[in-house]
Structure formats: structure tokens, C-alpha cells
Design a protein around this ligand. Structure first.
Ligand SMILES: [Zn+2]
Ligand SMILES: [Zn+2]
Length: 269
């Protein structure tokens, strides 16, 4: 097993946008990223980050969002996989933390690859909000999964993807109706928690400072439920100090995993 960061681009923000108490004058580039999880039973991509069509897609966002969003596309996930000698079509599935625009932009770049979602998130996609690009896509093969497993690391239920404890998804509803957190545990004991947008920056957990009010109100379906998830992660971090928490938009978290571009030789062998 292995985990690789696939940062497709950034949104140019400031710390104050990411968490309460953050500085208005401290630039923070928010990662727009996916993570490739290699597993002998099938590889997963957790979120896609920006895809090849982000420029066209971006024009469909509400004006209020476009006004405050300045982004740079680096290289879409599908192209990074190809650069690394990896056939994007050989992915077992794409696992969404949730369906907001910046997490699903690359879905059309992976034709035929199943997209795993909770039933709640699938329903949210059907309602097709204005912060979601899924309404623009046709022919996406959504596959629903449930939480048949018991409590896991402080979360009330779980879905053990391959039944070996290496990739375990837990419900973290709140930011969107069907948001999830995915725990990935490597054989050497390194454990990641891909927390999506429960928080945007690590300070959300280390300082228990959630998003500023205006972005909570605009960005979270149920901010109170989301705060419960934040507090669960804070408690978990006390219990497991080595846990690598990966908010989808924190570059510092993605810097803690190997880059896909550095794995080119390995994949070509
Ligand atoms: Zn989001
Ligand atoms: Zn996001």
C-alpha cells in the first residue's frame, strides 16, 4: 500500500478565510487536490481537485464566489497519473469526501471509473446546488455505500472498504449532508485521516477554530453537526498524536505525503 499526494492546483486565499482568528494579511494557498491510495485489491483516488475543464466549470459558479476566488490550475489529477505512467482508467474507484465543486472538478477526466458516495451525498448531488459541478456532468457512475460497521476512532459507524482495516470510511455529515472522513492506515503504521472540508486549514483542529461565520453560513449545510466532527478529530489527535490529518485544502498536510510525481519510476517498473 502507498499514499501519494496529487495537488492539481490552488486557490489563493488568506488565513482569515480558513479559520477564525486567522490573519487577513497572511497569504494561504489552499490545495485543490486528490490523494491516490494504492491498495492490492484496487486503487482509490480520494477527491479529484481541479480537472481539465476547471476554467469552463468555474464560470458557472455564483458571482459572489467568483468575485473572491483566484485560482491556479497546476496539472489535473488525470494528467499527473498519466505522467507517472499510471493509467487513470485502472483506478478501482474515486471516493469523494463530498461533492462541492473544488473536489469533483476532475470527475469527467476519469470516464468509466465508479464514483463512491453515501446515499445522503448522492441525494445532495441530485438536488444539484450551485456550489456543485456534478450538475454539469453526464455519465458519472455513482455507487452508493453504507456504514454497516461499528464505531471507529470516535465516530459512530464505519465502512471498511476491503475488510482489512486499511481503508475505513466514517460518516462526518455536516459540511454537506453526506460528507465523510477516510482513514488510511499503511503497513508501517502511518495513518492518515482525509477529512475533506470538516476544516479548511489545520488550525481548525489544532486551535479548534472553525471557519469564519460568513463562510460557515454559506459553506456548511449543518455547521453545528460539522463542529461535532471537528471536536471528534480534536479528541482523536490527543489520542493518536501521530495521526496525519489532511484537510482537503491544507497544503501543509499534503506536503507530509510522497508526491505522485516522485513515484514515476516505481509505477513504470
Ligand atoms: Zn466543501
Ligand atoms: Zn472544498
Amino acid at each position: 500500500m502507498a499514499v501519494y499526494s496529487v495537488v492539481a492546483g490552488v486557490n489563493h486565499r488568506v488565513a482569515a478565510f480558513g479559520y477564525r482568528g486567522g490573519s487577513l494579511f497572511e497569504p494561504r494557498d489552499f490545495s485543490m487536490a486528490g490523494a491516490l491510495v494504492k491498495h492490492p485489491k484496487g486503487d482509490l483516488l480520494i477527491d479529484t481537485g481541479f480537472g481539465r475543464s476547471i476554467d469552463q466549470q468555474f464560470r458557472t459558479l455564483p458571482f459572489s464566489v467568483r468575485l473572491i476566488t483566484f485560482y491556479s490550475l497546476w496539472r489535473p489529477a488525470a494528467d499527473q497519473l498519466k505522467d507517472a505512467g499510471y493509467n487513470p482508467q485502472s483506478l478501482h474507484a474515486i471516493l469523494l469526501t463530498h461533492s462541492h465543486w473544488d473536489h469533483v472538478s476532475g470527475l469527467p477526466d476519469f470516464p468509466g471509473v465508479p464514483v463512491w458516495v453515501t446515499p445522503q451525498e448522492h441525494e445532495f448531488i441530485r438536488q444539484s446546488g450551485d456550489m456543485d459541478f456534478c450538475r454539469l456532468f453526464t455519465d458519472i457512475n455513482y455507487v452508493e455505500y453504507g456504514f454497516e460497521g461499528g464505531a471507529y476512532l470516535g465516530f459512530p459507524a464505519s465502512h471498511d472498504v476491503y475488510g482489512d482495516g486499511s481503508i475505513v470510511i466514517v460518516p462526518a455529515f455536516g459540511h454537506t449532508p453526506g460528507s465523510v472522513i477516510t482513514f488510511v492506515t499503511l503497513r508501517n503504521g502511518t495513518r492518515y485521516a482525509f477529512v475533506g472540508d470538516v476544516v479548511w486549514q489545520l488550525e481548525g483542529i489544532t486551535e479548534r477554530e472553525e471557519r469564519p461565520w460568513i463562510t460557515r453560513r454559506r459553506g456548511d449545510t449543518d455547521a453545528k453537526a460539522n463542529r461535532e466532527n471537528l471536536l471528534r478529530l480534536d479528541a482523536l489527535k490527543e489520542r493518536l498524536p501521530d495521526l496525519i490529518i489532511v484537510p482537503a485544502h491544507d497544503m501543509r498536510a499534503f506536503a507530509k505525503m510522497p508526491k505522485l510525481s516522485e513515484a514515476i519510476g516505481e509505477n513504470r517498473q
